[in-house]
Design a binder for this molecule. Structure first.
Ligand code: NAP
Length: 366
């Protein structure tokens, strides 16, 4: 069976380039369509990204030769669909929220499934916000979404913010094992690649920490409740807990978001050994299905006193595993730990590809 041809909207950006790199040699998907802003449109992909980001050539000659289209020009994407070059798109666009919302909806209405990294549709009632290990059943909203909007083949699913990836899987593993979370304090230390291209000025970042990332604390506090929510009345009823208080900081790290977490359980409290056992043995549907992008173990435990660290741990298992360490009691709540995930892989393109693999196995992509 041939590979499914895919398109990337925002292909020239930080996340778009990561999609291109991760999809090189993917067993199921092949990049055959690239779109970005009118600034890049009309250029060969290789010319459009020359000099950007890590400046490493991580795309094939075929992708380098693709002519970048204007993502706002839907007729180009429809033509690519008709020509057999695009069965669905990953959206890694960075523009006004309302503009992205309208554009992604237009793609879906034109019959093109959209797997998005943007925040625009995260709070749209019938749009699932997926972490494949946690809420794969939220894909049941897709038929409802299609019926409600009169879409036949198209749909929209989104990925949550990159800041929450490192603590959501550990939190969910504990909840699944019967240890409900009550309250949670989290301080994030977020990499500069999370700010997109061209990013934060170097003079703000060298020898410095910036204790503010616009909108990030609200996302870190609220998105977990939708992900942990239940399907109800054609939408998602948010989980009532945990209550989260987040401090989000930009730090001079290239890739990898770290989170320092203090957690209070709502009911029974596991021992530290039990917590470690639960995390070390946790697997979920992506591992059962052996999806190509899934890490073998979604959570990797480190016993060393000074781990996880971005440089040493962010690339663990295709940069898709969450690394957790410093697991210890908390003097005020019940449990403290430090966790880390790669923001542009697990937190962005890798997570999007994993969602697409899940959707393919469920028959939503072909
Ligand atoms: P980025 O590096 O700034 O890339 C933005 C992309 O959008 C580029 O391809 C750009 O094209 C395109 N674009 C900009 N304005 C446009 C317009 N008016 N019309 C069409 N395309 C336009 O941003 P990023 O960091 O990759 O983030 C992409 C999305 O993923 C954002 O929504 C972001 O919130 C989300 N996200 C990012 C991360 C992360 O760690 N970076 C993690 C999770 C989610 P040009 O190159 O032609 O300007």
């Amino acid at each position: 069976m041939g590979k499914i041809p895919v398109g990337i909207l925002g292909a020239t950006g930080m996340v778009g380039q990561q999609y291109i790199a991760l999809l090189e040699g993917h067993p199921w998907f092949e990049v055959r369509y690239a779109a970005a802003s009118p600034r890049s449109a009309g250029k060969k992909y290789a010319e459009a990204v020359a000099g950007r980001w890590h400046q490493v050539k991580t795309y094939s000659d075929a992708v380098g030769a693709l002519i970048v289209e204007d993502a706002n020009d839907l007729s180009r994407a429809v033509k690519a669909v008709k020509g057999g070059d695009c069965a669905f798109v990953f959206s890694a666009l960075e523009m006004g929220k309302e503009e992205i919302r309208t554009l992604e909806s237009a793609y879906a209405a034109a019959g093109i499934p959209v797997i998005s990294n943007a925040s625009a549709h995260r709070w749209t009632g019938d749009v699932p916000m997926l972490i494949a290990e946690i809420n794969p059943h939220h894909t049941d909203l897709i038929p409802i979404q299609r019926t409600k909007r009169g879409w036949d083949r198209g749909f929209i699913v989104v990925k949550p913010n990159c800041s929450i990836q490192s603590y959501m899987i550990p939190l969910y593993a504990l909840i699944k094992a019967g240890y409900a979370a009550g309250r949670l304090f989290v301080t994030t230390l977020q990499a500069v690649s999370g700010a997109g291209y061209p990013g934060v000025p170097s003079l703000d970042m060298i020898d410095n920490v910036v204790p503010y990332i616009g909108g990030e604390e609200e996302k870190s506090e609220q998105e977990p409740l939708k992900i942990l929510g239940t399907l109800k009345d054609g939408g998602i009823k948010n989980a009532p807990a945990p209550r989260i208080s987040a401090h989000c900081n930009r730090v001079p790290v290239s890739d990898g978001h770290t989170a320092c977490v203090s957690l209070e359980f709502a009911g029974p409290k596991p021992s530290i050994d039990t917590v470690k056992e639960i995390w070390a043995s946790f697997t979920a549907l992506p591992q059962e299905l052996d999806l190509p992008m899934a890490p073998k173990r979604p959570i990797i435990l480190r016993d060393e006193a000074d781990r996880p660290q971005p440089r040493k741990d962010r690339d663990a298992d295709k940069a898709m595993a969450v690394t957790v360490g410093r697991i210890r009691p908390c003097n005020i709540f019940d449990l403290r730990f430090t966790c880390l995930s790669h923001n542009t892989v697990r937190g962005a393109a890798g997570g999007g590809i994993l969602n697409a693999e899940l959707l393919k196995t469920k028959g939503y992509l072909s």
